[in-house]
Every structure is written in C-alpha cells, then in structure tokens.
Design a protein around this ligand. Structure first.
Ligand SMILES: [Zn+2]
Length: 158
C-alpha cells in the first residue's frame, strides 16, 4: 500500500484498511495484520519483553516475511493497539521498528499511533455515540481505556 507519511495519510490508510476488509462494526478483528502487505506473510509472536517495550517489527533478513513481536506482559487490549501500530510500520516498509513508551517523538511512531487509534476506533464509531465515553468505547472497540480516552480527546479537539 502506498502511504503518504503525514497525519492525514495515516488516517486515510486506516480508513482504507477498514474499507478493504469490509469492517463496519467494532471490534476490528486482529487478523487485519495479515492484509497490510499483500506480498509477504506476517508472523506474529507474543514474548515477554522489557517493561517499556510494547512491541517490535522486523523484516526477515531474506525479506521473505515480517516478524512482529508483542509483549506477553501487556494486556490483550494493549497488544491490539501495538499490533495496529506495528502494522503502520509494515505499510511504510520500515524494516526494523520498536514500539517503546516515550517513542512518540519519533515521527513515524507518532503517525503509527494515530493510525492505530483511527483503525481501532474510527470516526464513525466514535460519532455514533452521543456522549462518547472512554470506558464504553474501550469495551466496544477492545482497546485500553487510556487509548480510547486519547481518541476521544483528539476527536473533541478536531
Ligand atoms: Zn513505532
């Protein structure tokens, strides 16, 4: 997928993935990861990683597959967000990327967070709730309450 590396590009890509996969209601199935790169399989594993590392993505040295590692110590909702974050790096063709807390200052990681946020909690699902509350959204969309709260506050600012 061609990705324009700016905020709108990340948001548009999330909408395109949902559209291509025909996903119309929450929660987004985590199998989305297998449709990000049509030319290579994505191998996802769950392993205990350091406390500040949410996950990592790497292209196999021979270029044959993507390897995504998620932190076994994270709750499943957090791992879903990390998976969506890593999917953005795959879409960008970034050969090696980590998701660590505090990495938001790195441009592609900040876009990856926006992508994940819009993929798991698209605008239409947010707007469907008259008074969007983070707890309700988190439950419906299977994200952490923190991720849902960030999504609600960014939508209110927009
Ligand atoms: Zn990242």
């Amino acid at each position: 997928m061609a990705v324009s590396k700016d905020l709108q590009g990340a948001i548009d890509l999330a909408a395109r993935v949902l559209d291509d996969l025909g996903i119309k209601e929450p929660p987004v199935p985590s199998s989305f990861i297998h449709f990000i790169d049509p030319t290579r399989p994505v191998h996802v594993s769950i392993e205990p990683l350091g406390r500040l590392t949410r996950g990592a993505t790497m292209l196999a040295p021979d270029g044959s597959e993507w390897r995504v590692v998620l932190n076994a110590n994270d709750r499943v909702e957090v791992r879903r967000f990390t998976l969506a974050h890593e999917a953005f790096h795959i879409a960008c063709g970034t050969g090696l990327a980590f998701r660590r807390d505090g990495m938001g200052q790195f441009y592609e990681c900040s876009l990856a967070d926006h992508f994940a946020s819009h993929l798991l909690i698209p605008e239409t699902w947010l707007r469907a709730l008259e008074h969007p509350r983070a707890g309700v959204l988190a439950h419906r969309c299977k994200t952490s309450v923190a991720a849902a709260a960030r999504r609600v506050s960014s939508a209110l600012r927009a």
